[in-house]
Design a protein around this ligand. Structure first.
Ligand code: 5GP
Length: 272
């Protein structure tokens, strides 16, 4: 079995990508003629595109990276956060954000707001792929390589469970390969998000309910999500909540150990 065997269809070939990257390189070089450009790559998916694109630019460039994590990818709770910041001070610089793919637009809209606040001289976005059908947040993408339909794609930097990034083309992964793994990893991410207090119990429960209603989940994942909902109880009722035992058992079913850290009790001045 090779990686190629896991691909249902090649959506954008290596030749098409290379021709497009050269064309984008020419346009960007013309638009920024006489300026220095700071390229900001979104980790990790954009690095293949970025490394090809920058070699097609004949203006001086600088390079930096930013890391953003989301609860996205079919899970739709929409929380996005910065996990690795830039090293460069972007104030007064011409900035071009380079992204692999724009889907709902949540990642880029968050990033654009974050970067705008740092007062660059200009800020534009270049994305290799765009799935306009999936857009939830309106954003302007200044340079787009290819518009593609609403399909899960891998290759040319784009991964599935960290694999397939090194394929030289963009292809659609065979569906049976990713459906279960995607839902399983979303469950784990949401449970961790709840335990780390990035998601409220209400958000976790809403997500589990929507996932059960809208996805064809495996019997094992269905049982897990139903158990989670049963343990959490009725939102709004007095016993809506998860006990420590509930969390430990649920995480155990995901093959994870629950580690609990408590802080020493500091008594208030004058108390006791
Ligand atoms: P957005 O915030 O626009 O919904 O999502 C953007 C991010 O979702 C991308 O940076 C990428 O990591 C991921 N993504 C969206 N669609 C796909 C896809 O079809 N394949 C892969 N591998 N990642 C995707």
């Amino acid at each position: 079995m090779t990686m190629q065997d896991d691909i249902a269809e090649i959506l954008v070939s290596e030749e098409q990508i290379q021709a497009k990257v050269a064309e984008l390189g020419r346009r960007i070089s013309e638009d920024y003629a006489g300026e220095e450009l700071l390229l900001i790559g979104l980790l990790r998916g954009a690095i293949v595109f970025l490394s090809d694109l920058m070699r097609n630019l004949d203006i001086p460039v600088r390079l930096d990276f930013i890391g953003i994590s989301s609860y996205g990818a079919g899970t739709e709770s929409g929380a996005v956060r910065l996990v690795m910041d830039l090293e460069t001070d972007i104030a007064g610089r011409h900035v071009l954000v380079v992204e692999d793919i724009v889907d709902t637009g949540k990642t880029l809209s968050y990033l654009i707001e974050t970067l705008k606040a740092r007062q660059p001289a200009s800020l534009r976005v270049c994305a290799l792929l765009d799935k306009p059908e999936r857009r939830q947040v309106p954003i302007v993408v200044d340079y787009v390589g290819f518009e593609i339909p609403d399909k899960f794609v891998v290759g040319y930097g784009l991964d599935f469970a960290e694999g397939y990034r090194n394929l030289p083309f963009v292809g659609v992964l065979k569906e049976h390969l990713y459906r279960e793994v995607l839902i399983r990893s979303a469950i784990l991410r949401h449970m961790n998000g709840y335990l780390e207090r990035e998601l409220s119990l209400q958000e976790l429960v809403d997500w589990a309910t929507t996932t059960l209603a809208e996805n064809d989940v495996s019997a094992e994942d269905e049982a897990f999500l139903q158990d989670l909902l049963a343990r959490a109880g009725e939102p709004g009722s007095a016993d809506f909540g998860l006990t420590l035992e509930d969390c430990a058992e649920l995480m155990g079913r995901l093959g994870q150990e629950l580690r609990v850290r408590t802080r020493p009790l500091v008594r208030a001045e004058g108390a006791g």
